[in-house]
Design a protein around this ligand. Structure first.
Ligand SMILES: [Fe+2]
Ligand SMILES: [Fe+2]
Ligand SMILES: [Fe+2]
Ligand SMILES: [Fe+2]
Length: 408
């Protein structure tokens, strides 16, 4: 439990980690971590060091978050490499705008925040005017957004070509140079950075990329939170909204889980620290769901075996993502246990009874309560009374009896 103290006593350093965690989670594609946001942050920042060093911090975070508006798409945005296809799909076409609107809601005192949102808004504008959302051209497009466009296109094109890495880099740069989406100056700048040292480790090796990201973060201006305790809560709430935006029927789900679970924790007489920790885990518990295709989450009929496997894997991904970041590590074992059952029949690990951390047992009850009283494609909406009855029926089977007693 000690590890979570980081989260409550040092929110200033927690916030950048939350942004990184969110970017990682956004880029989970089924089981693979794509690190698209990290890649764009790295290459755009390297270009910025030369083109506009005073904007380095903004460009770095804009790179991490540039596709945040694409979170509800059924297929990750990097699988849409062709402009014509992007323009035909209204959800793809609006992702820069949606992303900018989400970023404007991040509660930090950071002058550059609106600037980050503007960069994200323009990250698909093309030099020749064929891009979106506004069809701007040439230097009507902000310089920083031009950097993002170049880094973004480079990373998407590079993935279209198979190994070896050195050849995929050349092919991607050729494609970028001939597509007219960036100025020749941008292509030149990117080329120069890629030529400086062998980029292969950064394009292939997760640890090398993570190390570079850490080094870069040390050089950025700090993002100052508005008011330490309130704002951390505000940031987590925003993340909960982003997570729930993945599919149509879960609006407010993570927020309600956070609320229900902290009420239950309080009814059990837990100390304030622990109540807060459980609430924070509630906001993030379904972060692993960002990797489950929306077509599966919204499917009205029964799932096939492979689809079920993907859905059941989401708490494991929640654990993986949160564990990766020191400030969030302590939440992982609470957040990722919300589908374990008291009788050992749950997932992902079939933990039993008190093997499941108390916070996880509380989240399980809160999650069931919300699922039973919400509109789901496979069932009718239950009343709260019916849901409580269901909890009593499953006391000592699905749920910890103590937690059920504190709830009903
Ligand atoms: Fe994008
Ligand atoms: Fe992108
Ligand atoms: Fe879940
Ligand atoms: Fe959930």
């Amino acid at each position: 439990m000690n590890e979570t103290r980081h989260l409550t006593t040092d929110p200033q350093s927690t916030f950048p980690q939350l942004i990184l965690a969110l970017s990682t989670a956004m880029d989970l594609d089924e089981k693979v971590k794509l690190y698209h946001g990290w890649q764009v942050a790295v290459w755009a920042s390297k270009m910025a060091e030369e083109a506009c060093p005073q904007q380095l911090t903004e460009i770095f975070y804009a790179g991490l978050l540039h596709d945040i508006g694409g979170i509800g798409l059924s297929d990750h945005i990097i699988h849409w490499p062709r402009l014509d296809d992007q323009l035909k799909n209204p959800e793809v076409r609006s992702h820069p705008y949606r992303g900018a609107q989400i970023i404007r809601m991040i509660p930090v005192v950071f002058k550059g925040l609106h600037h980050i949102a503007d960069m994200v808004l323009e990250h698909h504008e093309w030099w020749d005017g064929r891009g979106y959302p506004n069809g701007k051209s040439g230097d009507e497009i902000g310089k920083e957004a031009q950097l993002l466009r170049a880094a973004d296109a480079f990373d998407v094109y590079r993935r279209l070509y198979p190994e070896p890495v050195s050849e995929s880099v050349v092919s991607a740069l050729d494609r970028l140079a001939s597509s007219q989406e960036c100025s020749s100056q941008m292509v030149h700048l990117l080329k120069k950075n890629l030529g400086r040292e062998d980029p292969s480790p950064l394009l292939r090796d997760e640890a090398a990329l993570a190390e570079l990201i850490r080094q870069m973060q040390d050089r950025l201006r700090p993002l100052v939170l508005q008011d330490v305790s309130d704002t951390l809560e505000g940031v987590l709430l925003l993340f909960a909204k982003v997570i729930d935006a993945k599919h149509s029927y879960t609006a407010g789900h993570s927020e309600r889980i956070a609320l229900y679970s902290s009420q239950i924790a309080r009814a059990l007489g837990l100390p304030d620290d622990q109540v807060r920790e459980i609430r924070y885990a509630g906001y993030l518990h379904d972060i692993g769901k960002l990797s489950v295709p929306r077509s599966i989450l919204d499917k009205p009929g029964p799932l096939d075996e492979e689809e079920r496997r993907l859905v059941k894997n989401h708490p494991r991904l929640t654990i993986e993502v949160l564990k990766f970041f020191p400030a969030l590590r302590g939440l992982a074992q609470i957040a990722g246990r919300h589908h374990e059952r008291w009788d050992g029949q749950g997932y992902p690990d079939g933990l039993k009874g008190e093997e499941i951390p108390l916070g996880g047992r509380i989240l399980a009850v809160a999650d069931a309560l919300d699922a039973l009283t919400s509109d789901r494609p496979y069932r009718e909406i239950g009343t709260f009374e019916e849901a409580l009855q269901d909890l009593r029926t499953n006391r000592s089977k699905q749920f910890d009896p103590r937690v059920v007693d504190a709830t009903v």
